[in-house]
Design a protein around this ligand. Structure first.
Ligand code: F6R
Length: 607
């Protein structure tokens, strides 16, 4: 998704802004641009393509100590030079970068055209530059306020104006913005990743908030009436090195390999061996509140939705209360009935996914209680929820989610354990699961140690144009996640099915060119799963079986990948790890840009 970086201070702004933009590249974008404000007013350079190409093509003397930059992910109008941000007004004295969507841009564009303004792009953003320029307020803050008064939509935006060269004005409504404090220099960004090398003293803007940023500091205010919100900056506990791939050839590989450590981080201090339960202080729910929960509804998008399905199964098994997961992107549109005794759980790595955020708002607007399982501390979803569980996976940079997803599963396991133990889950079962959770990080490490054995299998899967991923009950969301990961980065058609549904349709597609990746744990469904494998084998369908060492596949011709057994309820996450490696090595074999898959964005902040 789009990214914003701004700088004001003593240095030349363009290199700082461009460097910040490269830090946001993984979020997905198709064009980039930068505006600098110097002695000769505003100069803009922008183009479709990569930030590096933009940097190589900067005009001579592109200097100024104030600058704003942007990476654009096309929504309104194709990815062309003229649609790239920053956008300027007709006089070239105002420049704007914007994340989000202006919903009434068509009407505003028509009004501006009627008023004789010549629009220079197809974008919704451009209207902002003209609206700011046309305001007769005598401060830049007033001009931005006037523009935002007529705008309907979501935005994180940064504005510079040649008549107010000492400042950048930023505003937020539904799209993140952070202000970073340096020594006589200041930064703005849509993501901490862009500025964390310069400063970890930051202020996150809230929706409805605006900030004036000068080289000497910043002040915050409501953009409706410019009344002060008095926000101050605070220190964030983030290691800048966590944003570097280090010796790894991609962030995805780094993040896959980090899982034994990051899995420990989400469990740390939360397991109670004595009572076989979990402590989740951030939930802000006592035993009475937890007992009052009659149903759990999990809301997330993409992989977060699939892990939500794994979480729902865990909760239903351990706490014996009905639980299900729903795509947050659909939830709001069916005018859902919000029940007072249902616990809604929003799950999100970024904490900024707009569909999930809007689903949380729908729940809360109707009086429901929504807690969050969120990785990014202080993110919009985390703040919107009534409480929650931070996932402590550290920054996840690769678009394809791996370590955050694992920690989401573990977060659900902790929640299920706590919900179970205030009900009928026995202390013996509680202790069994606590011990299982404690074993998991080491077992994840064991699976990762088998990576070399997966490379050739992944390569052979990469050659197929279409694949199936199959699993049953606990294994089905694992299959969905496996197919998702595979298609995201290999661009192969990968479809997940319940193993039990194969002969109700998709078996017709099985032939020697269509491989199936099957999840066959040692559990009460093993025999039935093996029956399905025979049916695939009989039709010469190539098989990769992810299973436990105890499972005997007999004569079935399959490549098997063994994972260690844990408690059956916790097996799904160990079955998921090889699927990450298969997707990774398939994409690597195909030569794809693993961290920046085509058409995808790390954090989907537009509907
Ligand atoms: C898959 C993936 C996406 C995200 C989804 C939700 O690998 O990364 O499907 O899971 O866009 O993102 P978050 O978790 O940030 O809400």
């Amino acid at each position: 998704m789009c990214g914003i970086v701004g700088y004001i201070g003593r240095q030349d702004a363009a290199p700082v802004v461009l460097e910040g933009l490269t830090r946001l590249e993984h979020r997905g974008y198709d064009s980039a641009g930068v505006a600098v404000l110097g002695g000769r007013g505003i100069r803009v350079a922008k183009r479709a393509g990569r930030v590096r190409q933009l940097g190589d093509a900067l005009p001579k003397r592109f200097t100024g100590t104030t600058g704003i930059g942007h990476t654009r992910w096309a929504t309104h109008g194709p990815a062309t030079d003229r649609n790239a941000h920053p956008h300027v007004d007709e006089s070239g004295r105002v420049a704007v970068v914007h994340n989000g969507i202006i919903d009434n841009s068509a009407a505003l564009r028509a009004e501006l055209t009627d008023a004789g303004v010549a629009l220079a792009s197809d974008t919704d953003t451009e209207v902002l530059a003209h609206l700011v320029a046309r305001s007769d307020a005598d401060t830049l803050e007033g001009k931005v306020r006037d523009a935002l008064r007529v705008v309907v939509g979501t935005y994180g935006l940064a504005v510079v104006h040649a008549d107010f060269p000492d400042r950048i004005v930023v505003a937020r409504n539904g799209s993140p913005l952070v202000v970073g404090v340096g020594d006589k220099e200041m930064y703005v960004a849509s993501d901490l990743a862009a500025i964390v090398r310069h400063t970890t003293t930051v202020a996150m803007l809230d929706d409805g908030e605006m900030a004036t940023v000068t080289a000497a500091g910043f002040t915050t205010m409501r953009h409706s009436d410019l009344s002060s919100t008095g926000k101050t900056a605070s220190q964030v506990d983030i290691d800048a090195a966590a944003y570097d791939a280090g010796e790894h050839e991609s962030y995805m590989r780094k993040e896959i390999l980090e899982q034994p450590t990051t899995a420990q981080a989400v469990l740390r201090g939360r397991l109670d061996e004595r009572f076989g339960t979990a402590h989740l202080g951030g939930l802000d729910m006592d035993a009475r509140d937890l007992r009052a929960v009659r149903r759990v509804k999990i809301l997330g998008c993409g992989s977060a939705y699939y892990v939500g399905q794994m979480g729902a199964a865990l909760i239903e098994e351990l706490a014996r209360i009905p639980a299900d997961a729903e795509a947050a992107s659909e939830f709001r549109y069916r005018d859902p009935v919000i029940e007072p005794d249902t616990l809604y759980v929003a799950v999100s790595q970024s904490g900024e996914t707009i569909d999930t955020l809007l689903a949380v708002q729908e729940v809360r607007r109707k009086g429901g209680r929504c807690v969050g399982l969120v990785n990014v501390v202080g993110s919009a979803i985390a703040r919107e929820c009534d409480g929650g569980i931070y996932l402590h996976a550290g920054p996840e940079v690769a678009v394809a989610s791996t370590k955050a997803l694992t920690n989401m599963f573990l977060g659900f396991a902790l929640l299920a354990l706590q919900l179970g133990r205030v009900r009928d889950l026995s202390i013996a079962d509680g202790k069994r699961l606590v011990a299982g959770l404690e074993r998991l990080p080491g077992q994840i490490e064991e699976v990762l140690a088998g990576e070399d054995g997966l490379v050739d299998v992944a390569r052979s899967l990469a050659e197929a144009r279409s694949l199936f991923f199959i699993g049953r009950v606990r294994g089905f969301p694992v299959a969905r996640e496996g197919a998702q990961k595979f298609k995201e980065i290999s661009y192969r058609h990968a479809e997940a099915y319940q193993t039990s549904e194969l002969k109700h349709g998709p078996l017709a597609l099985i032939d020697p060119d269509v491989p199936t990746v099957a999840l066959v744990p040692r559990d009460e469904l093993t025999e039935s799963n093996i029956g399905a494998l025979h049916e695939i084998d009989a039709r010469q369908g190539p098989l990769v079986v992810i299973t436990h060492p105890e499972v005997d596949l007999g004569e079935i011709g399959a490549h098997r990948i063994d994972v260690p057994r844990n408690e059956p309820e916790l097996d799904p996450i160990l079955l998921t790890i090889p699927l990450q490696l298969l997707a990774y090595h398939a994409a690597r074999h195909l030569g794809h840009d693993i961290d920046k898959p085509r058409n995808l964005a790390k954090s989907v902040t537009v509907e």
